[in-house]
Ligand binder design. Structure first.
Ligand code: URA
Length: 224
């Protein structure tokens, strides 16, 4: 993006921006399917994810974890990858981190079923290791299509790995907070992952600040 465009975005309070072109450019090879995820409807996308064999995680997963919640929600929550509980039950954020996420959402005025929750990766990395770049690259088009179809007014991105893969950030999460980022035109607020908050409860106060910012962006409607 040229300097003038960046300056305009900066003046609008938009500090980072992932252009739609990145969606199209994301590497993807559909195994036998005629359409890429960017052209799929919700049911086709869900069925394609269920059968996905684009990376090695298909060999170790119990099942894929597509997402859960209201597909018409104004708020979409994006985490990193399924853990053991999610792999077993086929639903994101059902373990201890999920319980904390539910409490965070409740504090922000949302029941779990009122938001849409998904992960960057649809399959569990063995031993809960971080997702590999290749795995995230293969999986990201699914998530980007989910974002496009849900078309939320705001995305809440949980943790450094999700923000790295979704927004391309390398900087520490503490420096990404408190700002409005964008995927296409959709505003994105970054906050701590609930699993991190379970280990570092003192940071919950900061995550509440992030949620308040998220609520404010939702209330204003346009994220500016
Ligand atoms: N952590 C995540 O990032 N996603 C889940 O679904 C569960 C734990």
């Amino acid at each position: 993006m040229d300097a003038r465009r960046l300056a305009v975005l900066d003046a609008m309070g938009i500090n980072s921006y992932v252009p739609r072109a990145r969606v199209a450019a994301a590497p993807f090879a559909t195994a036998g399917a005629s359409l890429g995820p960017e052209a799929m409807d919700w049911d086709t996308l869900a069925a394609t994810v269920r059968e996905c064999r684009l990376c090695g995680l298909c060999a170790t997963r119990t099942q894929t974890v597509f997402g859960t919640g209201d597909i018409h929600s104004r708020l979409m929550v994006i985490g990193e990858a399924p853990g053991a509980d999610e792999d077993r039950l086929g639903e994101p954020f059902v373990g201890r981190a999920g319980q904390l996420l539910n409490s965070m959402l409740k504090a922000a005025g949302f029941a779990r079923g009122q938001v849409y929750i998904a992960n960057v990766l649809k399959c569990r990395p063995p031993n809960n290791r971080n997702p590999l770049v290749e795995e995230a690259d293969r999986c990201l088009p699914y998530l980007l299509r989910q974002i496009e179809l849900v078309s939320p007014a705001l995305i809440l991105c949980l943790g450094r790995i999700a923000s790295q893969r979704l927004l391309g950030f390398e900087e520490p999460l503490g420096r990404q907070r408190g700002r409005i980022h964008r995927i296409g035109r959709t505003p994105v607020i970054v906050t701590y992952h609930p699993a991190y908050l379970l280990r570092s409860p003192a940071e919950k106060r900061k995550s509440w600040d992030d949620l308040k910012l998220a609520m404010e962006v939702l209330r204003r409607g346009d994220g500016t």
